[in-house]
Design a protein around this ligand. Structure first.
Ligand SMILES: [Zn+2]
Ligand SMILES: [Zn+2]
Length: 365
């Protein structure tokens, strides 16, 4: 495959500023590769990055949910990853060092020296470190997963949110068949959590959202949630108690963004001995009404969750490839890469009359 000399990319140069640029496609060594992007997923953190939060270095190529085809690959990289030119792969977000304590201890996503695709500045060679581009550089320490090339790219790229559902709502809280799970927040990660919990045979699944989330809550029910709660018009804690016969839920997963009330509620919703997973980021706000005695008295397990690791991604890719679940119902928008700003603002409800759930950026061919 002959590569062009440059790649079109959308580059974040300042908070809320994305500029189209043509960036040089680098030469590679025996250990790295170049990915030709087919799609890049958009998630809530893309909006925070766009706002200039999350300590984003700039200028930078954003986009940490890439799906693409290997366009060029070094011999050692091909042998190590077991892929070759033309293979479709999903790329994990984190690049770990493989040698520090956390890496050797099996927590490579907490690597002391971790780098994150889309958070490495353009000034650091070779610059193409993000998915808002036609081509992306694959660092030797990347983790890749093959994905069935017959799937539509916009569906295959859901490996990322679905992977979060498996890790946050199943793997970390050890959700078991029959468990009652409450999922706070019906965005793409909340919906992915419903799908993942259904896959492992959870008993009752309850999802909360705002009045404006009616469409997402309906989708949650379509994916197998037994009950949905509009927290603006119902007392969510009381409703969970009612639905669980006064006992509370085995597992509560918070995937809501910005709002802190769900964190306090989660402690009240969990049963004695239950597990609460906190995965929604709140912009470093303190949680009001956080009653730590509930954690003590009920011996709750509180678990933070950041990112997804290989087991979650693999479970997600297997599920997508199986075709068993109509995950495409979550996919609402495809945007041309040049309209990245519109894609981000649509997800963040900044565009009156439109709102996305799962959306993608598609690079020019
Ligand atoms: Zn993401
Ligand atoms: Zn490390």
């Amino acid at each position: 495959m002959v590569l062009p000399k440059t790649s079109f990319a959308m580059v974040q140069t300042a908070p809320r500023v994305l500029e189209p640029m043509d960036l040089p496609i680098p030469d590679i060594d025996a250990d790295s590769a170049i990915l030709r992007l087919e799609a890049c997923g958009i998630c809530g953190s893309d909006h925070e990055q766009f706002q200039g939060l999350l300590r984003t270095p700039m200028p930078v190529v954003p986009g940490h949910e890439p799906l693409g085809v290997i366009a060029k690959i070094g011999d050692r990289a091909a042998a190590r990853w077991g892929v070759d030119v033309g293979d479709r792969v999903a790329v994990e977000t984190m690049i770990s060092c493989r040698h520090c304590g956390p890496c050797l201890g099996g927590s490579y996503h907490l690597c002391d020296h971790r780098r994150i695709y889309s958070y490495i500045p353009l000034t650091e060679a070779p610059g193409l470190w993000g998915g808002y581009a036609q081509y992306m550089y694959l660092h030797p320490n990347s983790v890749l997963h093959r994905v069935d090339a017959r799937l539509p790219a916009a569906i295959a790229v859901m490996y990322n949110p679905l992977g979060a559902g498996f890790r946050w709502a199943v793997e970390l809280p050890r959700t078991a068949p029959g468990d009652t799970v409450v999922i706070l927040g019906p965005g793409q990660r909340g919906l992915a959590s419903v799908i993942a919990c259904r896959e492992v045979g959870a008993g009752t699944i309850i999802v909360t959202g705002l009045a404006a989330d009616a469409r997402k809550l309906a989708l949650a029910r379509a994916f197998g949630a037994d009950h949905t709660i509009d927290v603006e018009n119902e007392d969510a804690v009381r409703r969970v108690k009612e639905l669980t016969g006064g006992r509370g839920a085995d597992v509560v997963v918070d995937v809501s963004a910005y709002a802190t009330a769900p964190v306090a509620d989660a402690l009240s919703m969990a049963r004695p001995g239950g597990t609460v997973v906190l995965a929604g980021v709140k912009g470093f706000k303190a949680v009001e009404r956080f009653v730590s005695d509930l954690v003590v008295m009920k011996e709750l397990t509180l678990r933070g969750a950041i990112g997804v690791t290989s087991s979650g991604y693999r479970a997600a890719i297997r599920l997508i490839e199986s075709g068993r679940v109509p995950v495409e119902r979550m996919h609402t928008h495809d945007f041309p890469l040049a309209e990245a700003e519109l894609a981000i603002r649509t997800l963040a409800r900044e565009i009156p009359g439109d709102e996305s759930i799962h959306s993608t950026l598609l690079p020019p061919a």
